[in-house]
Design a protein around this ligand. Structure first.
Ligand SMILES: [Zn+2]
Length: 387
């Protein structure tokens, strides 16, 4: 079974646009060719990617290949950030694959300096699961060593991975190492080839996820207004919200008062079915063990999570209950959607609570100096952390 998708970057996720870059630098005709021969087409270019030799030495070696064109050769290195440009589809494609439950990794030949500049412009770096770039391990594709480095770093098994690259040499090598591999020509064709391998990504869009997470945040604000820890949740089916819930643990004096439990109950009543297979839950904070358990019991199709909860979260933090092989159901999960906003609402809530506590303690201190000791008023909702 395929579990992971491994992308090359150049000409797969971002255009390796050196000819356009050369023209933008004013290199034309014979100069264009001689500078290309001294840089991207030179034997030093793979060494630049491998980064075993210091950049300065590579520049010197390249300049030596094009006497009297040193200035032009150096202009290529000085403007190396112009050499790649992300394709419009890259982030959406990775997002969709991640939403379908695949691990997404990068395996690319890039020199240290050029990658450090390029990564600033690549929009998908925050949603990938990881990757190995040639300069990090001083090995380049198609050598076995760089593939091994990726496998070891993330515990990947070649037979469970599809590798996509625009170089036939790299594709053939990957196959010989046991990977499924696709020679990348364009995205449409690559998607069809992935489907042929059973890699299906449902039509999930980040914009829609953000839209529904905003609704979950609206629910969280309702909890905050009641002095409850602000956690909100909505359940969506066929593009429609069918249930909403927010944390009411204190109001209901119930451990079961979590947002997810409330929403699951409502969704089941609406559908007349305890199974929520076609549903997506949007929740502002990573579910606890009870809620993750309920999500598995409900056979929930997908969960979209805002902030993670390192001390109690059971969708990847303390444990990943939603992806355990032992259970009879796995929930597809997308994490960190509107993470900043979902974290901020909690931080603001606890800061405000501490400020109120501080004020009531000060009041109690003043009272104790002038009369009988009074017990300071404490908010009920805090148990020392988020759930
Ligand atoms: Zn919970």
């Amino acid at each position: 079974m395929i579990k992971n998708i491994i992308f090359d970057i150049g000409n797969v996720l971002a255009k390796f646009r050196w000819p356009q870059m050369f023209r933008e630098l004013g290199l034309e005709g014979e100069t264009f060719k001689r500078v290309a021969d001294a840089t991207v087409d030179s034997p030093w270019w793979p060494e630049y990617d491998r980064s075993r030799i210091p950049d300065e030495q590579i520049w010197k070696n390249c300049c030596a290949l094009a006497p009297r064109l040193e200035k032009e050769v150096m202009s290529v290195f000085e403007n190396i950030g112009m050499i790649c440009q992300e394709y419009d589809y890259a982030r959406a494609w990775i997002y969709e694959l991640k939403a379908a439950g695949y691990g997404v990794y990068l395996l690319s030949n890039f020199g240290r300096t050029s990658f450090e500049i390029a990564r600033q412009k690549l929009s998908f770096m925050d949603i990938i699961d990881g990757g190995v770039i040639s300069y990090e391990v001083q090995e380049i594709k198609p050598d076995r060593a760089i593939f091994s480095a990726l496998e070891e770093k993330y515990g990947l098994v070649p037979e469970e991975c599809v590798f996509l690259d625009d170089s036939m040499k790299n594709v053939k090598a990957a196959k010989s190492y046991g990977y499924h591999a696709i020679f990348f020509e364009n995205q449409a064709l690559a998607k069809r080839k992935l489907e042929g391998m059973g890699v299906l990504a449902p039509g999930v869009s980040e914009a829609e996820d953000i839209k529904f997470m905003k609704e979950a945040l609206r629910q969280a604000k309702k909890a905050a207004a009641l002095g409850e820890v602000p956690i909100g949740c909505v359940i969506v089916r066929d593009g429609q919200i069918i249930a909403r819930g927010y944390n009411q643990r204190n109001k209901k004096h119930s451990t079961l008062g979590h947002a997810e439990i409330a929403a699951i109950g409502k969704a089941s009543r609406v559908l007349g079915d305890w199974r929520l297979e076609d549903c997506t839950m949007y929740v502002t904070l990573e579910p606890c063990s009870m809620c993750a358990g309920a999500m598995i019991q409900a056979r929930l199709g997908r969960a979209v999570i805002g902030a993670m909860n390192p001390k109690a979260g059971c969708a990847g933090s303390v444990i990943d209950m939603l992806a355990m092989d032992g259970f009879n159901h796995r929930v597809r999960v997308t994490r960190h959607v509107m993470k900043a906003e979902c974290s901020a609402i909690l931080t603001e809530f606890f800061l405000a609570m501490r400020a109120r506590r501080g004020a009531s303690d000060r009041l109690a201190d003043t009272a104790s100096q002038s009369g009988p000791q009074r017990k300071s008023c404490r908010l009920e909702s805090d148990d020392g952390g988020v759930r």
